[in-house]
Ligand binder design. Structure first.
Ligand SMILES: Nc1ncnc2c1ncn2[C@@H]1O[C@H](COP(=O)(O)OP(=O)(O)OP(=O)(O)O)[C@@H](O)[C@H]1O
Ligand SMILES: O=P(O)(O)OC[C@H]1O[C@](O)(CO)[C@@H](O)[C@@H]1O
Ligand SMILES: [Mg+2]
Length: 440
């Protein structure tokens, strides 16, 4: 259970400098729409969860609100900022970079902002990466494109070398935009910064199309990626309905969490089956997927199956899952395996079938953010700048139940966000598809 201590945010020191934004904050109070900096946001949101702790309200676990402070830690005129993007692509990376640069320069008056190229390797001299000066002019229209203007990478780098680069460039604030691995890397940087007695704030903006960062409503780019995925589900459905025994099979990204598969399915409401890593399924047997699918195709003439890449890995034989440069598992292709097994099963039962396999893969994450995600990215960037200028460190900024909050990095990587097989989302998927609760 998350405790009060888990939610404590680290700061570099007292805020003694008047914020250039202070005037705008005078009339603010805690309402449904804002939380003042002196207030806290309760972690639990049901009576049973909060009541179960048996604590007075002021001792209940609570989060520090995000947003501007009246006084800040860093002197903007003397502050130098670094930005890095790491891990896989995600719609909105450029929006976040743009938002950070514009907020820092226009509202705080920070004049020295650099981007490190290609993830954490951009700090390490042997890669020979250049450093990019980021000005409002440079970033103004970068949100029109997907990807990241800074480039990104996977693969471990020595945090000592990262901090060497921060020292060489006199960086006071480092913004890291990335997923769980990136946040772990940032925690190593914070440790080395502390060991060297430096005052560098490290603030993260969590990025993942998989939506697997816990304790937050939704990661930026997720909505765009899942909207993009619906196009493949629609195409699969059209193909399936247009051929005798048509079966549209769509494989979507989602290594450990099936959020994209679930939401894209709900958005399109065309799929008959959704398979995700969190819910194991039997393939064979009377109550297995293949037999259910055969009956469905015979009854309705067609079917659509959506599968997340991490689902059903136990069926991929003879292949040890590989690892990428960061140590993340590289799964076998469950889509191809399903296609083969579906064809074999229906052929064996003399059922005509036409399987159309879609693997949109990188296409769903390399697009520019949609307007909702763009607005979200901008607000996350603002929150990250406010947090860093106020000397917060080893935190990510995020929206939780519609409030912007600071979440300590150790908590953000303490577990993964999963689709709960007993939760509301999976229930909605079962209602939408009509698939059995379990294939067993
Ligand atoms: N456990 C870890 N400790 C320190 N650094 C890490 C760790 N895991 C990953 N990193 C570093 O963080 C960077 C990005 O990690 P990774 O490739 O896992 O992507 P990610 O941030 O998790 O994003 P994605 O959602 O795309 O997986 C890499 O440079 C990697 O070396
Ligand atoms: O091929 P890459 O770039 O390593 O990324 C693939 C992985 O990245 C993710 O999109 C997460 O960022 C996963 O869904 C996917 O397995
Ligand atoms: Mg990751």
């Amino acid at each position: 259970m998350v405790s009060h201590e888990d939610l404590a945010v680290r700061t570099l020191g007292p805020c003694r400098i008047d914020s250039p934004l202070a005037e705008r904050l005078v009339a603010r109070e805690t309402t449904q729409h804002s939380v003042v900096e002196e207030d806290r946001i309760l972690f639990d949101d049901t009576i049973s969860m909060a009541g179960g702790r048996d604590l007075p309200v002021e001792q209940l676990p609570s989060l520090e609100p995000g947003g501007p402070r009246k006084r800040i830690y860093f002197d903007p005129a003397k502050t130098r900022v670094g930005i890095v993007t790491c891990g896989g692509l995600c719609p909105g990376l450029n929006d976040v970079i743009r938002g950070l640069v514009l907020e820092l320069s226009r509202h705080y008056g920070v004049r020295r902002i650099v981007g490190f190229r290609n993830g954490y390797r951009g700090f390490v001299p042997r890669y020979g990466e250049d450093v990019v000066d980021l000005t409002p002019e440079v970033v103004m229209h970068i949100d029109d494109e997907g990807g990241t203007i800074l480039g990104t990478s996977r693969g471990e780098q020595d945090p000592e070398e990262v901090v060497d680069a921060l020292e060489r460039l006199n960086i006071n604030i480092l913004f890291v935009i990335g997923g769980d691995g990136t946040i772990r890397g940032a925690m190593d940087v914070v440790r080395v910064v502390g060991e060297r007695g430096l005052k560098v704030a490290v603030v993260g903006i969590p990025k993942t199309i998989d939506n697997d960062i816990p304790y937050i409503d939704q990661s930026f780019g997720f909505q765009t990626a899942m909207a993009e995925a619906t196009k493949s589900i629609h195409a699969a459905s059209v193909e399936a309905r247009s051929a005798p025994g048509g079966i549209g099979l769509v494989k979507l990204m989602g290594r450990h969490s099936g959020f994209i598969a679930c939401y894209a399915t709900l958005a399109k409401d065309d799929a008959d089956y959704v398979l995700i890593p969190e819910v194991p399924f039997a393939l064979d047997g009377e109550r297995g997927l293949l037999e259910h699918l055969r009956q469905r195709v015979q009854e309705r003439g067609h079917a659509v199956v959506v599968v997340a890449e991490g689902a059903g890995q136990e069926y991929i034989e003879g292949e040890e899952p590989g690892r990428d440069a960061s140590g993340n598992v590289r799964f076998g292709d469950i889509g191809r395996l399903l296609r083969k097994r579906i064809v074999e099963h229906l052929d064996a039962h003399g059922v005509e079938n036409n399987v159309r396999y879609f693997d949109p893969s990188y296409a769903i994450r390399s697009v520019p953010a949609n307007p909702f995600d763009s607005a979200y990215c901008l607000r996350l960037a603002h929150a990250a700048v406010h947090a860093a200028m106020a000397g917060r460190t080893e935190v990510i900024v995020a929206r939780r139940r519609r409030r912007f909050v600071h979440i300590p990095m150790p908590l953000a990587v303490s577990r993964r966000n999963h689709v709960d097989p007993l939760g509301d989302l999976w229930l909605s998927v079962l209602e939408a598809t009509g698939q059995p609760v379990r294939f067993e």
